[in-house]
Design a protein around this ligand. Structure first.
Ligand code: KIV
Length: 308
């Protein structure tokens, strides 16, 4: 184990977000106030060293996407090791058909929302389309923004040999980089859709060579998306750095999913590689319908929800 999920008792308690907070003195007497020796200990942060150790110890790495404060906090408290502020927010949050319209400013904004609310997880900020392809200098400038303004602990970018110089430049500046190979959504038009990659032998060989190249360029971790399980397992064996798979089988060092998919917040298409661990959309619809009904019937608010 590398640290452990924080319990709610260990984390700073927050006032409900929509109401003015009660003054601190009104909430606790002097006797209850934390003494210096008992002060809240923050859980130990997951770092690149933790990831390396986890691979060496064959401990699976867990990653989920987060785009905002409440999810960052919930997933972090639940013990997730890596939070990816993915450019998938273009589809998940903005309702676009793909990720191509997501901008650097949007990524910085969402990365900030997440990093401010994750105490333990390593926060990875995704580099959006055209934020790193122009030159290694452009890539470094934008990676720097995700760290400096967004509070990311690492950045992620898609591609193989073509992006290796950009990865080298970013890593040399002290910023950990997560690579991303296989089905790379920013190349949706070049791939002719969101299509599984690496089924043909020459394509599989290319992905393997790219994986080795990204490791050599200094990547700390690789996301392998939408490739056959056997290929992902082979790459995982080849590399010293950990792989995190999505639609890439169980041979990777870890797994990543889009949180909204795995919690069943989407009512539409669910890709076959997604396991829905909940059906939150049904719970939300039921809660909202009850709220509507109670307001209409003057059941809510009751006295306990009202001020004197
Ligand atoms: O943008 C994203 O969320 C991703 C994951 C799906 C790996 O790249």
């Amino acid at each position: 184990m590398y640290g452990r999920p924080a319990t709610s008792a260990e984390l700073p308690q927050q006032a409900p977000s929509h109401l003015p907070a009660q003054p601190q003195e009104a909430q606790q007497s002097d006797a209850q106030a934390p003494q210096p020796a008992q002060q809240i200990r923050r859980p130990r942060r997951i770092t690149v060293r933790t990831l390396r150790r986890m691979k060496a110890n064959r401990e699976k790495i867990t990653m989920l996407t987060a785009y905002d404060a409440p999810f960052a906090s919930l997933l972090d408290r639940s013990g997730i090791e890596m939070l990816l502020v993915g450019d998938s927010l273009g589809m998940v949050i903005q309702g676009e058909a793909n990720t191509l319209s997501v901008t650097m400013d949007q990524m910085v904004y969402h990365t900030r929302c997440v990093s401010r609310n994750a105490q333990r997880a390593m926060v990875v900020g995704d580099m959006p389309f055209m934020s790193y392809q122009v030159s290694p200098e452009q890539a470094l400038t934008n990676a720097g923004r995700l760290v400096q303004e967004g509070g990311a602990h690492a950045v992620k970018l898609e591609g193989g040999a073509d992006v290796a110089p950009a990865i080298r430049k970013i890593v040399n500046a002290g910023i950990p980089v997560v690579g991303h190979l296989g089905l790379t959504p920013q190349s949706v038009h070049a791939m002719g859709g969101f299509v599984i990659q690496g089924r043909k032998p020459e394509q599989a060989e290319q992905i393997k060579q790219d994986a080795l190249l990204l490791q050599e360029a200094g990547a700390c971790c690789l996301v392998l998306e939408g490739i056959p399980s056997a290929l992902a397992a082979e790459i995982t064996q080849l590399l010293d750095i950990p792989t995190v798979g999505i639609g890439a089988g169980d041979g990777c060092d870890g797994q990543v999913l889009v949180t909204h998919d795995m919690l069943g917040l989407n009512t539409e298409f669910v890709p076959s590689f997604v396991k829905q661990y909940s059906r939150l959309h049904a719970l939300i619809e039921q809660a909202v319908q009850q709220y509507i009904s109670e307001v209409k019937q003057s059941i809510f608010p009751e006295e306990e929800h009202s001020y004197d």
